[in-house]
Write a protein of this length. Structure first.
Length: 128
């Protein structure tokens, strides 16, 4: 069985991102409703834009039929586009969440200190 390149690369990208999240990064995004909501929003707009770009009646983007599975759904969108979008969005959100999870206590204390000083300055100005 000879799988098309775009299909193979999409599957590899999805598996790599899932494995990285579950075994390496462990940001916890798969357990967060915000992640799934963001993915749903992106999927909605991907359908609109990708459907317009790939419609078979007047395509703007052409795919080599030998390089993808040939399955198109909905609006003539190659299903590989959804896997690629999933991998790309998940990778970005995973790394972003990891950075947020790893904020150092020193940085958080500095942020709180700045907020306290700013709040105290406005209170003093109001007391004059």
């Amino acid at each position: 069985m000879n799988l098309p390149e775009y299909t193979i690369m999409t599957l590899i990208g999805m598996v790599v991102v899932i494995v990285l999240e579950l075994l390496v990064v462990r940001s916890g995004i798969f357990r967060r409703a915000q992640y799934w909501a963001a993915l749903g929003i992106c999927l909605f707009f991907q359908c609109l834009v990708d459907g317009w770009l790939t419609k078979l009646s007047n395509p703007i983007v052409l795919y080599n039929p030998d390089e993808f599975s040939g399955i198109r759904f909905p609006f003539d969108i190659p299903i590989e586009d959804f896997g690629f979008g999933f991998a790309m969005i998940t990778a970005v959100l995973m790394l972003w969440q990891r950075r947020m999870n790893r904020r150092s206590p020193v940085a958080e204390a500095a942020d709180e200190s700045r907020a306290d000083v700013a709040g105290a300055g406005t209170e003093e100005a109001g007391n004059r």
